[in-house]
Design a binder for this molecule. Sequence first.
Ligand code: ACO
Length: 443
Amino acid sequence: MTQSTTNTPSFPPPQDEGSVTISYKGTTATLPVLSGTNGSSVIDIRNLQKDMGLFTFDPGLGTTASCESKITFIDGDKGVLLYRGYPITQLAEQSTFPEVAYLLLYGNLPTRHEYNEFVTRLEEKSLLHEQIRNFFNGFRRDAHPMAILCGTVAGLSGFYPEGTDTSNETSRDISAIHLIAKLPTLAAWAYKYSRGEPFVYPRADYSYSENFLNMLFARPDTPYKINPIYSRALDRILILHADHEQNASTSTVRLTGSTGAHPFACIAAGIASLWGPAHGGANEAVLKMLHSIGRKENIPDFIAKVKDKNSDVRLMGFGHRVYKNFDPRAKIMKKTCDEVLQELGIENDPLLELAVELEKYALEDEYFVQRKLYPNVDFYSGIIFKAMGIPESMFTALFAVARTVGWVSQWKEAFNDPLRRIYRPRQLYTGPEERDLKSSKQW
Ligand code: ACO
């Protein structure tokens, strides 16, 4: 069965909200202002270059809406995150990851029948082509799992021809399912490879999160006993990381997809972007930071270094381009962290205690207050993963598994956008003017 997107709800186009007029060197242009369902209105500058010969300058694209989207909404000042209109707190408490994946992909919550069909499709596609095992042997055993994920996901492009035709909606949907289904298998195998343990195959009798845990931890000599606290916590973490509108990795996927590149190659590009410590790599960096601080007594010295403009030390897991208030995901993450540690009988985890103390210290410090720097989703996720026995090098790979859902949803949405065109930003050039090579030669 192939899921079509015919049940995707339709919404009115952006509303005309008036215009702004700008004048420059005797020329005047009137630029329309458009409003969406929620959030700031936007100035439509598409004709600015044609009418006035001007580009806009926005390093880091902090004030640029790069596309129209109906998937995720963030109000950074209020700390609100909605997937298809549903608050993240409700989804984290009352949904499963496959249900959220369906919602992000198709726009509606599934009926029970649709849900069962969707889960079956994911199960069927979770197995990897047997030759893909060979990819792993090309890596050193100590290769970072994100390096392995980048390589193997891009390598999938050479398999599964049924998803290759990006001009066809059914084909795009097949690719999306392949990716959501296969990422846990690839990520778990990257871990197994690093340990020199045999790969564990996906099982249809487990849920998405149970299956992932089993592939990570089962061994031929010791079958893995699923701990429902772990699988529920993992499911919740996957939900929290599933999408986050036009962040760096999602924009990378959209940009790569705008060229018509193969879907697996687009997601490999997203994984590369996610890897950086300013983005998905922050969860691993938080744990490294906590280890380096070591003890509560060292917090003031560490914070002094963070505040020193001559040092490049940052408080990892703090700050966000969009949230200038608590990241709503961080609150759920902290609660999940408490639950996992309590259920496991870890009442006094030294790392958690250090994290709590560090958070408290930073939230009371003028530097962080003034700049509206709050804990983000990564501040607590690492501690949960660590308690579950997941090694630090795997943290960002788990994030990639979750975010694949957002990436493919956004990648698919772009194809149905009537304004779709190749991403091609401009620049403010400040290099040398044209000069003559011969007269410039030094010898
Ligand atoms: N520690 C110390 N200072 C910080 C931090 C931080 N974590 N984050 C921002 N600042 C300071 C900056 O130095 C700057 O100060 P200034 O005005 O005196 O120059 C001010 O706050 C604004 O910071 P920007 O760098 O302009 O913020 P930007 O939006 O570009 O960066 C980012 C956002 C990358 C997330 C940043 O806050 C950061 O590096 N955080 C730590 C890494 C992290 O946790 N990343 C995960 C993000 S969430 C995610 O991807 C899942």
